[in-house]
Write a new protein. Sequence first.
Length: 347
Amino acid sequence: MSKAPTSEPINTDAVIIGAGPIGLFAVFELGLLDLKAHVIDILPKPGGQCAELYPEKPIYDIPGVPVISGEGLVEKLLQQIKPFSPQFHLGERVESLTRQKDGSFWLATDIGTVIEAKVVVVAAGGGSFESKKPPLADLADYEGKSVFYLVRRIEDFRGKRIVVAGGGDSALDWTLNLAPVAKSLTLLHRRDQFRAAPDSVSKMKALVAEKKIAFELGQLHSLEGEGGKLSRVVARREDKSTFPLEADVLLPFFGLTMRLGPVANWGLKLEDGLIAVDTEKFQSSEPGIFAIGDINTYPGKLKLILSGFHEAALMAQAAAKVVNPDKRIVFQYTTTSTSLHKKLGVS
């Protein structure tokens, strides 16, 4: 825990750190129990990693929704929580957390916002994330112009000569999604084995067989171009020989480095860099601080959005008892409860 900030705080029932799908759904579950929430996220808009890293990537395992994009899911969640009027603090990072004598928490952000809440919900995905970068000379000259670590809009890459480097899910997924719009697309990987879904690998190999895309064995060696405008990617084979790949765009997908940031200094029990929680309340080792979604760990944990939704529901029930210890909580179904219908603004 950190030293208490000196400015007067905003008062609320709960603070949610992270505005990704799980954090947004937590607003809904807390709202059903009459708990007001403020949401803090370092990104400039709601959606978290889901909207930032793969806004147009299809998601197939949301119950009752055969397929939806990351951006589409975020839009639906924002619509769902509208009746509860959450307050967002975007583009801000939580810098300190202090427990007060009455058991409440003071949180201060990097721009000076101070919030007092009875419970804290950490829903920050894997923490703050940073793409792993290839060790190439002059890489910084091309970043944001010809070299990109994520795809926000597929249309931005229409008619481009694209080189995708990597062998994981992101590399294969974007190879498949960008192939229809690219002038040419080459997938570059150091070996003919992949750390991706078998179905994606099969589809990629089918496109190669149909000569719609190319696959090359090798690793990134250097970049060629002027003024940040890429003209070719030079790759290196296992025998150290090199070969050129004509390219306007390089997309290196070598994974992400996740960091907990200031959360790591809050005295919470951590396991492999994640917050350890119980499976009844999804509470951390510190009473009143809960962790849901990819940032937590427990026996049998699955890093799925639908698992995070379940965790948010149980967390909210426990959080309500912390916020209003003397209030009896009556479990209600949204399908039949007239009081919940009133809160949601439905007849």
